[in-house]
Design a protein around this ligand. Sequence first.
Ligand code: AMP
Length: 430
Amino acid sequence: MESSTFTDLNLSRNLEKAIEELGFEEPTPIQAQAIPHILEGRDVIGQAQTGTGKTAAFGIPALEMVNPNSKKTQVLVLCPTRELANQVADELGKLAKYTGTRILPVYGGQSIERQIKGLRRGAQIVIGTPGRIMDHIERRTLDLSTVEMVVLDEADEMLDMGFREDIESILSSISMERQTILFSATMPAPIMKLTKNYQQNPVLVKTIHKVVTVPNMEQSYFELKHHMKPDVLCRMIDIYDVKSSLVFCNTKKMVDELVTTLKTRGYLADGLHGDMKQNQREKVMASFRNGEIETLVATDVAARGIDVENIEVVFNYDMPQDEESYVHRIGRTGRAGRQGVAFTFVTAKEIYKIKSIQKYTRTKIKCQKVPSRSDAEDFKASMLEKRLKETIAEGHLGKYVHWVEKIVDEDCTSMDVAAGLVKMMLAENR
Ligand code: AMP
């Protein structure tokens, strides 16, 4: 049982609309496997790490099953840390934009009075750390008698942090009629024991790692913060003087945002995603083929059908969700006998994915230093110097020498003219 599109899931229109706005084009592998089972009411064990789309894998069905007519707490999500509780609350909040579901994160370190007020107002989905949830149960400020679904997120982390007793106590206080979902990156014995004692006939879903072969090519990655990505992309295009590149983003929204940024900065860029009409897509593709567009930004879905020769560089602007998708993406470069180049942008949380890709593709992805702004400028200057020397060596400068002579006077030496021209050239070169 697997769903290859969000439409297959028959979700409520309000939820579909929010997914659409978030720009998710298709379910990630873990979502495709887990969501149908959760919607069916089954207990599920999901083996997935952060970055695989696991939050929406339980968040989408959780939002779908909440009864909007009751303000009572219907879903409880347990998380190991306040950071994760907040992250989950944010992601669910975005998905709940049109369903109006009330979501409340509760964790240690935040004023308990404020949380009590929030709980009194009514929260249909409560997301909390086990310690603080216990605290609210003991104070009788959280009523779990109406909970129909419990999610243990990053269960292995919660056990490592010593929350086993709290978790067991919380689970024991919730009706056996409930649905229990457990997500964990690893499945050590204590996790298996937890699932055995607290889940009923669970389905195990996990992303299957296939060994995949990567074409011979140069692969590097850059560790950076999310907000640095547009600058670094532009620097790389400048430094390598890339005339034809494919840039992969994970969402339609990201494609649109990046295209706008690149166009504003003067790059010949356009985007391709699943929402575009066939004739629009064909127009963009034709411009990419004939070089009017140098940087094509696309989602995986949109790029699947395209066939362009001589793509110099593939950028994984967003880290792909699994190894197979990485291989599909980078396989688009280096055709026609030339070695291709692939650059992948990785945030600190995603480093494990690079390790996993290297393991399953049995290749080496080099870690490279993020080029600084001055590296990009130095590179441009040295390229200009090279071109200048070649032009001088070619000769036939008479006409131009005459022209420089006309500019030179008491206030302006030939050195000034040269310096002014270099400045203009570097500025023009972006
Ligand atoms: P998570 O594994 O839940 O931490 O999710 C990692 C990132 O993937 C989050 O920024 C999500 O918003 C994003 N994401 C979740 N589902 C999808 C999807 N189907 N397509 C694209 N991005 C997604």
